[in-house]
Design a protein around this ligand. Structure first.
Ligand SMILES: *[C@@H]1O[C@H](CO)[C@@H](O)[C@H](O)[C@H]1NC(C)=O
Ligand SMILES: *[C@@H]1O[C@H](CO)[C@@H](O)[C@H](O)[C@H]1NC(C)=O
Ligand SMILES: *[C@@H]1O[C@H](CO)[C@@H](O)[C@H](O)[C@H]1NC(C)=O
Ligand SMILES: *[C@@H]1O[C@H](CO)[C@@H](O)[C@H](O)[C@H]1NC(C)=O
Ligand SMILES: *[C@@H]1O[C@H](CO)[C@@H](O)[C@H](O)[C@H]1NC(C)=O
Ligand SMILES: *[C@@H]1O[C@H](CO)[C@@H](O)[C@H](O)[C@H]1NC(C)=O
Ligand SMILES: *[C@@H]1O[C@H](CO)[C@@H](O)[C@H](O)[C@H]1NC(C)=O
Ligand SMILES: *[C@@H]1O[C@H](CO)[C@@H](O)[C@H](O)[C@H]1NC(C)=O
Ligand SMILES: *[C@@H]1O[C@H](CO)[C@@H](O)[C@H](O)[C@H]1NC(C)=O
Length: 849
């Protein structure tokens, strides 16, 4: 285990050792072997001031079960404990049969451990009487029972130099910050410390990072379950590539931030942003990032020491920051990453649906039951759910199994198989039935995808957005579906009974009819939601044919031209011919399949690709209403009404928020402008051209060459050359908001009344916002038909988005909340960089009068 190597790291670090000196009050400690009743505090028993607490153990001394070390400030204690939990639904107290040695918050009524020594080496009940935690003369910390070693810190001091020659003594001390340190004094050498060997908790002061000299990483690994602190499924670490949040079995990274994305500034901006913008953590935590020749790490400190705070990698794979509330006598979650618990890969286990907005967030699929209910209660959902009735696999040619639609979900994250020759719902369902291992299918855009084996990460609501229109058809035994239907019928009968027998019958018939349709008993139903799974590989000739030899150009962009095409099943598509893609076919296919996984109602859907010779083509769904710039700036008599504009604004914000936060790797669009916002027949906005960086390498210079004028949609950090973060998209989004608001391009400028001055529209807008006159900013073509409240909201958001300093700009998910009216914003300040650029150009004429 990599983190275990890092115990030698302590030798390199010089830490001040509070209370580790042999002259400290450690002589108040009980002699080894002497017992305290569980829960007794030495401090209060002796009635001594807290500085006299037994916070240290000298070499040769030992702690037995019932004893504990308490830090000088009384906040933390070290001792033997047995994990227990009261499970929510039944109120039953489940207690572990095994004992552990660990550190916990001593002043808090809810027993909360922050470090465990023998995570995977429990002390059994029979070993407990003889068990002791002993600091040996050479500085090794050992848990043993009746002479057999259960766990050891494996520390070895250089006794020649450290202890004998210098007359130094070795001791173990529990510091005020919860760090357990083996040190030698008077040299103050740290031989070992618990902060270098963390379990699943990051306390204020714990370094989160890696040592560049030894390569050792401080890895945080989640617990197995609520009563077993052993090494669990999820881990969190910062190594030479960046921050990784991943599952170990099956191995999958679900959250990653590359610190090498750009050379000058690494991941800190992300964390700082997240921390500083969240009002709950802003005044609580100070996050610092250190990157020198020896190590790279994050560390956080409390701005107010009176709070009790800890960061935890939860059993279900989510990072959480918890603050103790004295008032409520419970831990309050102030921050999570990822935002939704459903993002952690396969967190609910197979055949479950994860709903980030529900509590509990994991549930079984229809006609499935929990595989192991007790394990579920303890937070171990690896068994997921299993079928109530086995499938009918005796005869694949005429299986009696049927399909049950699970609507509005994100499709399973494990890759589906595409069945090319299934060209209808019916054939797709049949294709699934013909394999015993097939558990579900989806059919959309003439594409049939089937899933074999476990269905993982089927998410109903990722907590940011619940508008997925994908439908998954789950294969069930016919008996289960009949039962399902009967259950529903009973429910409906119960509600309607006594009203009227005729209406009852009529209703039942209606319901049966719709159910029949829904369940696909009479063949697969048609539906028109967004759907997806595998990406189709097109033949070049077919695309030539579909696009009439690339004759009907829809547009061009930084990455290539887009052509209209009609497929053989008369679906209209947009075919993008990439200019700058120089990768081999294999890598291209890999990028295509990862981009194909990014699906959201507000993102243009990738349907397929084609790869022939040097040609790289991408096939997208076609948007009938074209791009936003045409509708806004070249309206031929038709004006977008306010409600449509507001819906477009919210949609784009949601799409961007999804790109930034809920994909496995944060995707920065880098080219948000009206040309890249497409509208479907019902004017639902879809962002186009995302993920292009994957194809053209991280060379964005072509974007710089395609933007118009001096002030466009580019954030100042593009020009100054510092690292690019998702905030560049926020900036561009802000610029687009002004254009939607005014119905004009920002660039021509606005004449200031009674002067010859021309000002940049966004600046004019901030001035007007300060004056409380948003009305005059809104497109005159609307003739006052708009919601003043929404217009002001849009204007405020836009102004915050274009702030010079990226830390002042909100995140896209905050923008979504503001636009939805769930949050309010202060009046934005004037961005100085912008003001400087525009004011100068017109000053001479202004001053003359
Ligand atoms: C469960 O019971 C044990 C022993 O009866 C007790 O020590 C522990 O505090 C209880 N746990 C909870 C969470 O109440
Ligand atoms: C301790 O170990 C010794 C030798 O292995 C054994 O004889 C003795 O019974 C053990 N004592 C207990 C209490 O387990
Ligand atoms: C100490 O060394 C033993 C034997 O090499 C190993 O099994 C154990 O995991 C080590 N303990 C720690 C805490 O590294
Ligand atoms: C102990 O320290 C001495 C003096 O610094 C050094 O010569 C010796 O090699 C060290 N021994 C070990 C085992 O590290
Ligand atoms: C070590 O301690 C002994 C006895 O207390 C003392 O005589 C000796 O001078 C000390 N040595 C050093 C190097 O401090
Ligand atoms: C946060 O910590 C850094 C480094 O420890 C320090 O320079 C800075 O002043 C702190 N900020 C606040 C607000 O305390
Ligand atoms: C988790 O649950 C699975 C299935 O019920 C079980 O096999 C496994 O032992 C459990 N793991 C732990 C650590 O309890
Ligand atoms: C699709 O192809 C497979 C074999 O490649 C064949 O077994 C199946 O019958 C075909 N299905 C249809 C609907 O043509
Ligand atoms: C989406 O979530 C919001 C808030 O959680 C809820 O009000 C809304 O009804 C949900 N929409 C759907 C389609 O489930």
């Amino acid at each position: 285990m990599a983190p275990l190597l890092s115990m030698f790291l302590g030798l390199l670090l010089l830490f001040s050792l509070q209370g580790a000196s042999p002259c400290s009050a450690a002589n108040d400690a009980l002699a080894a072997g002497e017992a305290l009743a569980a829960g007794d505090k030495l401090v209060s028993r002796n009635g001594r001031p807290s500085s006299a607490a037994n916070d240290a153990l000298a070499a040769g001394e030992a702690l037995a079960a019932g004893d504990k070390l308490v830090s000088r400030n009384g906040r933390f204690a070290l001792g033997f404990f047995r994990p227990s939990v009261v499970v929510g639904s039944s109120g039953v107290n489940i207690t572990s049969p095994d004992w552990y040695v660990g550190i916990w918050f001593d002043k808090i009524s809810e027993f909360t451990t922050v470090w465990v020594a023998n995570r995977d080496d429990p002390i059994t009940e029979t070993q407990l009487d003889q068990a002791q935690l002993k600091l040996s003369e050479d500085g090794n910390l050992v848990i043993s029972s009746n002479a057999s070693i259960i766990w050891s810190s494996n520390t070895t001091a250089n006794t020649t130099t450290a202890a004998t020659a210098m007359n130094a003594t070795i001791s173990l001390a529990l510091s005020d910050n919860g760090n357990l340190v083996i040190g030698s004094s008077p040299t103050s050498n740290v031989l070992w410390q618990s902060f270098d060997n963390p379990s699943d908790v990051m306390l204020p002061g714990t370094k989160f990072g890696w040592n560049k000299v030894t390569g050792a990483t401080r890895m945080f690994v989640s617990k197995k379950n609520s009563i077993d602190p052993g090494l669990g499924l999820y881990y969190f670490q910062l190594d030479s590539t960046g921050i990784v949040l991943a599952r170990s079995d099956p191995a999958k990274t679900y959250w990653f931030w590359s610190s090498k994305r750009s050379s000058n500034e690494p991941a800190i901006s992300l964390f700082k942003q997240l921390m500083s913008i969240n009002p709950q953590t802003r005044d609580l935590i100070n996050m610092t990032y250190v990157d020198n020749t020896e190590e790279e790490y994050f560390v956080y400190f409390l701005l107010d020491e009176s709070y009790s705070v800890y960061g935890l990698l939860d059993i279900s794979g989510q990072l959480q920051i918890n603050v103790w509330s004295e008032e409520k006598q419970s831990w309050q979650q102030v921050y999570t990453q990822p935002i939704s618990p459903c993002t952690a890969y396969a967190t609910c286990g197979p055949f479950t649906v994860c709903n980030g907005a529900a509590r509990p967030f994991c549930g079984c699929m229809e006609s499935f039951s929990r595989g192991s209910p007790r394990d579920w209660e303890l937070g171990n959902r690896t068994a997921g759910c299993s079928r109530d009735t086995p499938l009918d696999c005796s005869n694949t040619a005429s299986s009696t199994d049927v399909f049950h639609a699970i609507a509005r979900v994100q499709l399973p994250s494990n890759n589906p198989q595409t069945v090319d020759n299934a060209t209808s719902h019916d054939q797709c369902a049949k294709a699934c039935l013909s394999y015993c291992s097939c558990n579900a299918y989806s059919y959309q855009n003439s594409r049939c995808s089937v899933w074999h084996g476990d269905l993982l990460s089927v998410n109903k609501n990722d907590g940011i957005d619940n508008s997925s229109e994908d439908v998954l058809y789950l294969r069930l035994a016919a008996r289960d579906v009949l039962r399902l239907r009967n259950n529903r019928r009973k429910l409906i009968v119960g509600v309607v009974i006594g009203v009227c027998i005729f209406s009852l019958l009529a209703m039942l018939m209606l319901i049966l009819l719709t159910l029949k349709k829904k369940l696909g008993l009479c063949g697969a139903p048609p539906h028109d939601g967004q759907c997806g799974g595998g990406i189709m590989a097109f033949r070049y000739n077919d695309l030539c044919h579909a696009t009439k030899n690339f004759s009907e150009k829809l547009g061009g962009g930084g990455f290539g031209s887009v052509f209209k095409g009609v497929l053989s099943d008369s679906t209209t598509v947009a075919v993008k011919r990439l200019d700058g893609a120089r990768q081999g076919e294999k890598q291209f296919r890999a990028e295509v399949s990862s981009i194909g996984l990014i699906q959201h109602i507000n993102l243009v859907k990738l349907i397929g690709f084609c790869c022939k010779g040097d040609e790289r083509l991408l096939v997208y769904e076609h948007m009938l209403n074209g791009s936003l710039d045409v509708l806004l700036f070249q309206s031929n008599g038709s004006v977008l009404d306010w409600a449509t504009r507001y819906n477009i604004i919210i949609g784009v914000a949601r799409g961007l928020s999804y790109l930034h936060q809920s994909c496995q790797e944060c995707i920065i669009h880098c080219d948000i402008k009206p040309e890249n916002i497409l509208l479907n027949t019902s004017f639902v906005p879809k962002i186009a051209d995302f993920g292009m960086a994957a194809f053209v390498g991280r060379d964005f210079s072509r974007i710089l060459t395609t933007f118009r004028g001096t002030i466009g949609y580019l954030a100042p950090e593009w020009i100054s050359g510092v690292a690019i973060t998702p905030k560049v998209d926020v900036y561009s989004f802000g610029m687009v908001l002004f254009e939607i608001l005014s119905g004009r391009r920002n660039t021509p400028g606005v004449h200031i009344a009674n002067s010859n001055c021309v000002t940049f529209f966004p600046l004019h807008a901030i001035t007007k916002l300060h004056e409380g006159d948003v009305h005059s900013l809104v497109d005159t073509e609307l003739h006052g038909n708009f919601s003043p409240e929404e217009a002001e909201r849009v204007c405020k958001v836009a102004c915050w988005c274009i702030q010079d300093n990226e830390f002042d700009r909100p995140t896209m998910s905050e923008v979504v909340r503001v636009l939805e009216g769930l949050r309010d914003l202060d009046v934005p300040p004037m961005p100085r960089l912008l003001a400087a650029i525009t004011k100068c150009s017109t000053l001479p004429q202004c001053d003359s009068s």
